[in-house]
Structure formats: C-alpha cells, structure tokens
Design a protein around this ligand. Structure first.
Ligand code: FES
Length: 75
C-alpha cells in the first residue's frame, strides 16, 4: 500500500528501511525516501508505520543507545 503517494513510498519500503537501513526517525525516512517532502499528507501515517516497524524490528537493527541519545540531544 502506498503511504506517500507523492514519492511513491509503500509501507513495505518503510518497514524495509527500518529493518535493513537502520532508519529510526521520520527525518531519516524523509532524507532517504522523500516521505513527507511533497504535500505532507502522509506524515501522520508514515510516523505511525515507523513506530510500528521500530517496535517489530529485531534489536540488532536498532542503533546503539548512545547514537539515539545523541540524536535526541542534537535534535
Ligand atoms: S503523500 Fe507524502 S508528501 Fe504527499
């Protein structure tokens, strides 16, 4: 199913980005796939799917806690 019609990004692509590319934030998803960079209507659904994919992702695909803390601190 297309989540971002403007950039032709599917729910599967978002799950893959989390699982294989280590994407953990909407910002990263936007940089890599352009999600939300067009009309922006997909942002709430992309955010929801990202959270869902992160919850399902195996621990090894998540970044080290220090990287997450640094990301939060920097913004
Ligand atoms: S649907 Fe994603 S930017 Fe328009």
């Amino acid at each position: 199913m297309y989540v971002c019609v403007c950039k032709a990004v599917t729910d599967r692509a978002i799950r893959r980005a989390v699982r294989e590319d280590g994407v953990t934030t909407l910002r990263e998803l936007s940089r890599m796939h352009g999600v939300g960079t067009g009309c922006g209507k997909c942002v709430p659904e992309a955010r929801r799917l990202l959270a869902e994919a992160l919850a399902e992702a195996p621990a090894r695909s998540l970044p080290p806690a220090a990287a997450v803390i640094e990301q939060v601190a920097v913004g």
